[in-house]
Design a protein around this ligand. Structure first.
Ligand SMILES: Cc1ncc(COP(=O)(O)O)c(/C=C/C(=O)C(=O)O)c1O
Length: 356
C-alpha cells in the first residue's frame, strides 16, 4: 500500500527509463469542514498541489516530460510560461543535467517563480508581450531548432498531470467525488485530470467519473464563454487581465480538449472576479491553513459562486484543486492584506498595538 506519488502509477505512464524525479506528487487531500460550512456544501476536500517540490502541479507534467526528453535524446528543453511551468522546467532540467530556455511575459510574472527559474539556471527571456505571444514564439523556436518543447501542447505533460486523478481516487479510498473544481488557464490540467479519471474507469478500478468544473477569472475566460455559448471552439481574448497572473491567458492551447472534457463529464465552467478569488484565498488560508497563490483560489471562489447560483447541489462531494503555493506571489499577498503594525521597541507600544 505504497504512499501516493507520481511514479507509483509508472505502469500507466509512457516513460521507459528511470525517471527524472524529485519526489513529486503525493500531495495532501485535506478535508475542509470549516470552509465547506462557509460555502454551504456537505463534503469538501482540497487537493493542495502547492505542496509539490517546486510549489505547483507542474511538477507532475515535468517529471514525465523531462524524462521523455532524456529518453528521446533531446539536448535542450524550452517553454513559454506564466511562471510555474518555467520554474518546474528549470528545476527538472537541472536535475536531468540539461539546459532549459524559458520565455516569460515581461512584467507579469510572480516574483517567486522568476526566482526559481533564475536560481535553477534556466535561460530566462522576458518577452515584451503576453503569455500567448510568448507561446507562439517558443513554438516557432522549437520548429526551427533541435529544442524540445515542453508546454502542455506536449502530451507527455498531460500524462504526468493525470496522476492527480489517480491520487484523489486513492486518497478517497477508491471512491470518486461527484465533482472536481479547478482553475483553467492553458487548459492542460482539466484535460489531464479528466483523462486520469477516464483511464481508471477503463481499467475497471472505478465505475464513474466526476463532473469536471473549470474556473477562470472575469478578465480572462475564453473557456467559460465557449461553454456558456455552446461554441465548438473558443474566441481568443486579445488582452486577458487578472491579478491571477498564472492564468492570465487569452488563447489556451488545449481549449478544444478542455471543452470536450467539461462537456463529456457533464461538468461546467464559471468565471469569478479578482475580488472573489482574493476572498477565497483568505478563506483557504485563515479557515483551513492552506496557503495558495491567487489563481489556485479561483477553484474555491468558483465553487462558492456555483453553489450560490444553485448550479452545484449542497449534497455533492467536491474536490477543489489548489494548484500553486502562496509563496509564489508574495507581492499580491502584501497588496491584499492589511499593513503590519510597526511599533517602538517597548512593551507599552506593543501592548497598545495588540490590545487597543
Ligand atoms: C498556479 C496555476 N494554476 C492554474 C494554472 C492553469 O493550469 P492550465 O489550465 O493547465 O494551464 C496554472 C498554469 C500556469 C501556466 O500555464 C504556466 O506556468 O505557464 C498555474 O500556474
Amino acid at each position: 500500500n505504497e504512499a501516493p506519488s507520481v511514479w507509483k502509477y509508472k505502469d500507466l505512464l509512457p516513460v521507459g527509463i528511470e525517471p527524472v524525479s524529485i519526489r513529486e506528487g503525493g500531495t495532501p487531500l485535506y478535508k475542509c469542514d470549516r470552509l465547506a460550512k462557509k460555502i454551504g456544501i456537505r463534503e469538501l476536500y482540497v487537493k493542495h498541489e502547492g505542496m509539490n517540490p517546486t510549489g505547483s502541479f507542474k511538477d507532475r507534467g515535468m517529471t514525465v516530460g523531462v524524462s521523455k526528453a532524456i529518453e528521446l535524446g533531446m539536448k535542450t528543453v524550452a517553454c513559454a510560461s506564466t511562471g510555474n511551468t518555467s520554474a518546474a522546467l528549470a528545476i527538472y532540467g537541472a536535475k536531468a543535467g540539461i539546459p532549459s530556455v524559458v520565455l516569460l511575459p515581461a512584467g507579469k510574472v510572480a516574483l517567486g517563480k522568476i526566482g526559481q527559474a533564475l536560481m535553477h539556471g534556466a535561460k530566462v527571456i522576458m518577452i515584451k508581450g503576453n503569455f500567448d505571444d510568448a507561446l507562439l514564439l517558443v513554438r516557432e523556436l522549437c520548429d526551427q531548432e533541435p529544442i524540445y518543447l515542453l508546454n502542455s501542447i506536449n502530451p507527455y505533460r498531460l500524462e504526468g498531470q493525470k496522476t492527480i486523478a489517480f491520487e484523489i481516487v486513492d486518497q478517497l479510498g477508491f471512491t470518486v467525488p461527484d465533482r472536481v473544481v479547478l482553475p483553467v488557464g492553458n487548459a492542460g490540467n482539466i484535460t489531464a485530470i479528466n483523462k486520469g479519471f477516464k483511464e481508471f474507469v477503463t481499467l475497471g478500478i472505478t465505475d464513474r467519473r466526476p463532473k469536471m468544473t473549470g474556473i477562470q477569472t472575469a478578465g480572462a475566460c475564453p473557456i467559460v464563454k465557449a461553454i456558456k455559448s455552446g461554441a465548438k471552439d473558443i474566441t481568443p481574448e486579445k488582452n486577458p487581465e487578472t491579478i491571477a497572473t498564472a492564468i492570465r491567458i487569452g488563447d489556451p492551447v488545449n481549449a478544444r480538449k478542455a471543452l470536450a472534457a467539461i462537456r463529456e463529464s457533464s461538468g461546467t465552467a464559471e468565471s469569478v472576479t479578482d475580488d472573489e478569488l482574493v476572498q477565497a484565498q483568505k478563506d483557504l488560508a485563515q479557515l483551513e491553513g492552506i496557503g495558495v497563490e491567487p489563481a489556485s483560489a479561483t477553484s474555491v471562489a468558483g465553487l462558492k459562486k456555483l453553489v450560490d447560483m444553485g448550479i452545484i447541489s449542497k449534497d455533492e462531494t467536491v474536490v477543489c484543486v489548489t494548484t500553486g503555493h502562496l509563496l509564489k506571489d508574495p507581492e499580491e499577498v502584501i497588496s491584499v492584506c492589511i499593513e503590519p503594525v510597526t511599533v517602538e521597541p517597548t512593551i507599552e507600544a506593543l501592548r497598545k498595538a495588540i490590545f487597543s
